[in-house]
Design a protein around this ligand. Structure first.
Ligand code: GLN
Length: 446
């Protein structure tokens, strides 16, 4: 744990992944853990982990990288935090992100801009940019992120690490600050597939505090990793390799498919015909849910409160006007509009219907195939500042990850090559609650 903080001191001035450190408590915990007999220690015992700042940690500031939560100290731990503590892991600190997880570059953080450790002029991706960068920079070997439309997988791809978005309902969301509750999932970001599998096993499982968590047995994923994927049926959607995808990205996926064939898998092209509606559907649904979820930030209950206000209504207005950044306000306005009486049927309801069509595309492919493989992102990491003033280009970055959240299925991003020295990610998508096959395929490739 000492070495971890030393490393953070060395590199975080450049990378800027951490928002808060838990140093005193972590060192104390580590000392106590030294007393635990070796035969009582599990595989992750005593190991350091960083936590995205939208997951609440008792006694440790949790801001969602927003001014509106400045100084907010939670009074309880998220279920995943309880679980990693029970496994003996040690929380090192809280990791930077896009404000309330809205973004794809970690540039919407109120506090700092995290840099991509492979090239400090580039973004680490987002919204779990701090989580992916901290692992890539060797600050921590494990991090937790959240993924609503790609926020674990896209930064994992940009930073050359492994990120898993589990099946919706696989991991309890209790204590994850809600962005879009029907899409959000917590998941692990690690340096390799084996570590990732170990961490998912620890955090997964049904939780009485989250009624959307599913009572489905959690396998010992790591014990199933044997490198044998003979006969694995891989589907490659043609929509995932068409226009808008960089040639280097396309080539890296084609190369990866050859590796899979060499390992005895079969590869066939399929179609997910409703993919072209995913981005529009997502931005209506995610913004609608966000506009409702973020109503709780009123200046009364948590964090920041505006001063010099005239009355209660003015307190709400001033707090929210000063506390939220531009991107969050944009989503609240979009969402409120989609949910309003005159537009509900045309936008929100229509988007819900299209979401079902998208999910059915995936169900249909999974009748005949074990996994779907494609790129994680259309390009490698872009430059800081390049897209921040152009929300539509920024949104388009998640075109390959968003449909997976709409369908609710699990997907991992693993490193699969480079474009001019910048890492690229391969996305492997599985059936509902079949993270096991996703991990097996990822491990065999790695
Ligand atoms: N980039 C997408 C968005 O801005 C996804 C974010 C996420 O998965 N949290 O909404």
């Amino acid at each position: 744990i000492n070495e971890t903080y030393k490393r953070i001191e060395e590199v975080d001035g450049d990378v800027q992944a951490f928002l808060a450190l838990n140093k005193e408590k972590a060192l104390e915990e580590a000392k106590e853990k030294d007393q635990v007999p070796v035969n009582e220690r599990g595989p992750l015992f005593g190991l350091p982990i960083g936590i995205k700042d939208n997951i609440v940690t008792e006694g440790l500031e949790t801001t969602c990288a927003s001014k509106i939560l400045e100084g907010f100290i939670p009074i309880y731990d998220a279920t995943v935090v309880k679980k990693i503590r029970e496994a003996g892991m040690i929380t090192i600190g809280k990791l930077n992100m896009d404000e309330f997880a809205m973004g794809s570059s970690t540039e919407t953080s109120y506090y700092k801009k995290t840099k991509n450790p492979w090239d400090l002029e580039r973004v680490p991706g987002g919204s779990s940019g701090g989580s992916a960068a901290s692992v890539a920079a060797g600050e921590v070997p494990f991090a937790l992120g959240t993924d609503t439309g790609g926020s674990i997988r896209q930064p994992a791809a940009f930073c050359g690490v492994v990120g898993m978005k589990p099946t919706y309902g696989r991991v309890s969301r209790f204590g994850a600050v809600a962005f879009a509750s029907s899409l959000d999932q917590i998941g692990p970001i690690t340096r390799n597939v084996y570590d990732n599998a170990l961490l998912l096993e620890v955090i997964a499982g049904v939780d009485p505090n989250d009624s959307t968590s599913a009572d489905v047995p959690v396998p010992n994923y790591a014990s199933k990793l044997d490198g044998d994927i003979k006969g694995l049926r891989i589907a490659v959607p043609k929509e995932f390799l068409s226009e808008g995808i960089d040639e280097s990205v396309r080539q890296s996926v084609l190369d990866a498919l050859e590796v899979f064939k060499g390992l005895g898998a079969t590869v066939e092209e399929v179609s997910l015909p409703h993919s072209k509606y995913a981005l529009a559907t997502y931005y209506i649904l995610a913004s609608s849910e966000a506009s409702s979820n973020l109503a709780r930030f009123d200046g009364i209950r948590y964090g920041f409160r505006a001063e010099g206000v005239k009355n209660l209504m003015d307190l709400y207005k001033q707090t929210r006007a000063q506390g939220f950044g531009d991107e969050v306000k944009r989503r609240i306005m979009l969402g409120t509009y989609s949910l309003s009486a005159g537009t509900y049927d045309a936008y929100y309801k229509k988007a819900q219907q299209v979401r079902t069509l998208i999910k059915q595309d995936y169900d249909k492919v999974f009748e005949d195939y074990d996994v779907i493989v494609g790129p994680t992102t259309p390009t490698a990491a872009f430059k800081i500042g390049e897209n921040i003033d152009d929300p539509l280009t920024m949104y388009a970055n998640d075109i390959l990850t968003i449909p997976i959240n709409l369908a609710g299925v699990p997907a991992i991003s693993i490193p699969c090559g480079f474009d001019n020295g910048l890492p690229l990610g391969l996305q492997i998508i599985g059936k509902h609650f079949d993270e096991e096959t996703v991990y097996r395929a990822a491990y065999a490739f790695e």
